[in-house]
Design a protein around this ligand. Structure first.
Ligand code: ZN
Length: 433
């Protein structure tokens, strides 16, 4: 930048006034906001991989992104560069439970029934931090499982900068039908608190509205649960009940998302208007076609199934694959083959928060091209959650949610574990020297 003192000597008065006015405006605009100039060997913009790109961040926004020769370094910008690195949009976790932690440490019943909301919230603050530090700058949290609307409080604390954590979309208590959900098999003389709110028939109208009033951004519904005669997954709501939930939810500007494993539950959820199908363990060509037709996004939660099976004793890579793993793989492949939109969500909480990348590793292992796995956790999830005008891409005007890792995750997805730098809303949360 030219030295203003020298310019005073050479500029005529008219130009001088304009010069100072211009710099006054510019310095005011930028005085409260830090500017960053980020470069990396590779930049994945949410859809495409580029080489020799640069990204400019001012305040909480990306202001420029493109080839280095066209994106000049702004004066006074903080330079960010790591050798052999890849810059990506902040990742989006599609299915988390920040109020749960691995079941091999404490089983689900105990967490729901014996841990106070205060204790669980204290843990959730750490889970939120671990999620953000792993490069996940946004998460959809799909049910507190017995901790009421503590997720809405957690979200507020993050938004106000009181604790570090991802941008959250929260579901609150989530909805199940009477008789279906756990904790289960206690003496019926006891009133057992459930992991979600039970409602049926017309009462669903009141419950949806109550959940919205208490802070739910999303209405999460269990379309099926393992309450079949042999503990198999069977629908817990009728198609009309799901339609009613969806209608009431939609009229508030929100969306319904459905836990649905069995074919029939997925079918009902899709026909009722679900925005995303969570788990989807039994997708076949017919259901895959239906999902594609209705433009719903599949959130596979492969990691939860793998980890629960391992908690029960399965030695992956040593023992043969049990039926549930074989089914899950088959279902995922059918979804891929039938062109279903596949987002990323691992049901993290079943396994450790901060280990979210495990889901992406499994998506690649189960046959999804690695670049598509990266898209799933960025642009695909952003579109599925109606956030594409804010996040999920590296593009001028979007929020400055950025991640830098060592290596090339478009070739080796596990390179996402080599986190060097995390920014959310233009604030740096991690910067490994
Ligand atoms: Zn879940």
């Amino acid at each position: 930048m030219a030295n203003p003192v020298n310019l005073i000597l050479v500029l005529p008065m008219k130009h001088l006034v304009r010069y100072f006015l211009f710099h006054l405006l510019v310095s005011n605009a930028y005085s409260q906001q830090t500017t960053y100039y980020l470069t990396a060997d590779r930049v994945f913009d949410g859809e495409t991989l580029h080489e020799n790109w640069a990204v400019v961040v001012a305040g909480d926004k990306i202001t420029m992104a493109g080839p280095k020769h066209s994106v000049k370094e702004p004066a006074g910008a903080i330079k960010i560069n790591f050798s052999n690195s890849t810059l990506t949009p902040g990742l989006i976790e599609g299915h988390s439970h920040l109020f749960l932690y691995p079941y091999n440490i404490t089983d689900w019943d105990t967490q729901v029934l014996k841990e106070t909301d205060a204790y669980r919230t204290a843990r959730a603050t750490v889970h939120a931090k671990n999620t953000l530090m792993a490069g996940f700058t946004t998460a959809r949290d799909l049910g507190t499982e017995g901790a009421g609307y503590a997720d809405a409080g957690l979200k507020r604390a993050i938004n106000e900068g009181i604790i570090p954590g991802p941008r959250l979309l929260v579901a609150g208590r989530a909805i199940v039908s009477t008789g279906s959900y756990g904790p289960k098999n206690y003496d019926h003389d006891q009133q057992i608190m459930l992991g979600a709110e039970a409602a049926d028939g017309n009462d669903l109208i009141r419950v949806v509205r109550d959940q919205i009033g208490k802070g739910a951004d999303i209405i999460k519904v269990y379309a099926d649960y393992r309450w079949g005669l042999n503990g198999d997954d069977q629908p817990i709501f009728t198609l009309d009940e799901l339609k009613l939930i969806n209608e009431v939810t939609r009229s508030s500007g929100r969306v319904m998302v459905c836990h649905a494993k069995s074919k029939e539950a997925i079918r009902r959820a899709v026909l009722a208007g679900a925005e995303t199908i969570e788990h989807g363990d039994f997708i076949d060509a017919e259901i895959g076609k239906l999902m594609k037709e209705h433009n719903v996004t599949f959130i596979p939660t492969l990691a939860a199934v793998e980890m629960i099976t391992q908690y029960r004793g399965w030695k992956k890579g040593v023992a043969p694959e049990p039926a549930n793993i074989i089914n899950k793989k088959k279902s995922f492949k059918e979804a891929l083959a039938n062109g279903v939109t596949i987002g990323m969500g691992g049901d993290v909480g079943v396994f450790a928060h901060g280990e979210n990348v495990l889901e992406m590793e499994l998506m690649a292992e189960y046959g999804m091209p690695v670049l598509d796995v990266l898209k799933a956790a960025t642009s695909v999830n952003a579109r599925a959650f109606h956030l594409e005008h804010q996040i999920g891409f590296i593009k001028a005007g979007l929020k400055a949610d950025l991640l830098i890792v060592s290596g090339d995750p478009t070739k080796n997805i596990s390179d996402l574990r080599k986190v060097k730098f995390v920014m959310k809303d233009g604030v740096v949360y991690r910067n490994e020297k």
